[in-house]
Design a protein around this ligand. Structure first.
Ligand code: C5P
Length: 232
């Protein structure tokens, strides 16, 4: 069972306001990307990682991630694309070319740097058990409204049927490739959305609060507090 994780990390991270790609922003001295890749490898079920880095930062990303997989070439870095989905597609093509035995592909945002390895393993196990697409999710705590372009509420979906979606998302490799090929140029915010368009069922496993996406300075402060609490 060849498991490869793709890590789209090519965003500029402007909402964080750090003046550097978000993936390279340090939390307690360790870049988010390094923490995210370490979590994938610590799960014990990911053999290779392909990172899509900002084109201008491929060398930097190679340098910061080199200590994670000394000598055995487990971590590759490729230039990302204009949109997240372009970065995923470029990393996927690289993975299928370089690691031909790949049967399961995870897609994991560098911004979810504190995802517990147990969540990674649960996703891989569910794909290995025969589900072609698996996503970690959490229940929704807030009531969610759908609004029109003017901000007027048009619907209140039943909260009990809603979930927030995290990563890593896990896929049968051929299904993920088909999903990307079927939607060229579509700027999807997550890969499961592309798989849904194929009519392939997407199943859920429990996510974890620590797998929160670090987008704003507030999120970064939460991550720092989390680390202070665990001594990590
Ligand atoms: O912008 P957002 O936070 O939704 O991005 C989610 C993930 O996708 C981030 O880890 C970001 O680095 C990555 N991304 C990418 N290529 C882009 C845009 C975003 O790899 N062109």
């Amino acid at each position: 069972m060849g498991v490869v994780a793709l890590v789209p990390a090519a965003g500029r991270g402007e909402r964080l306001g750090y003046g550097m790609p978000k993936a390279l922003v340090p939390v307690d001295g360790v870049p988010l990307l390094v923490r995210a890749v370490r979590g994938l490898l610590d799960s014990g079920c990911v053999r290779h990682v392909v990172i899509a880095a900002p084109a201008s930062d491929v060398d930097n990303v190679n340098t910061v991630t080199a200590p994670l997989a000394p000598a055995d070439g487990a971590v590759h870095v490729v230039p990302g694309g204009a949109e997240r989905s372009d970065s995923v597609r470029l990393a996927l093509e690289h993975a299928l070319r370089e690691f031909p035995g790949t049967s399961i592909v995870l897609v994991h945002d560098a911004a979810r740097a504190f995802t517990p390895p147990t969540v990674v393993k649960a996703v891989v196990d569910a794909v290995a058990a025969g589900h072609p697409a698996v996503i970690p999710v959490l229940p929704v705590a807030d009531t969610v409204k759908e609004v029109d372009a003017g901000g007027v509420v048009i619907a209140t979906p039943d909260r009990s049927a809603l979930r927030v979606v995290q990563t890593p998302q896990g896929f049968d490799a051929a299904v993920l490739l088909r999903a990307h090929e079927a939607a060229p140029g579509l700027a999807a915010t997550d890969d499961a959305g592309l798989v849904e368009r194929l009519g392939v069922p997407v199943v859920t496993v429990p996510g974890h609060q620590d797998a929160m996406k670090i987008t704003t300075k507030f999120d970064l402060a939460v991550a720092e507090a989390l680390l202070a609490g665990t001594g990590g």
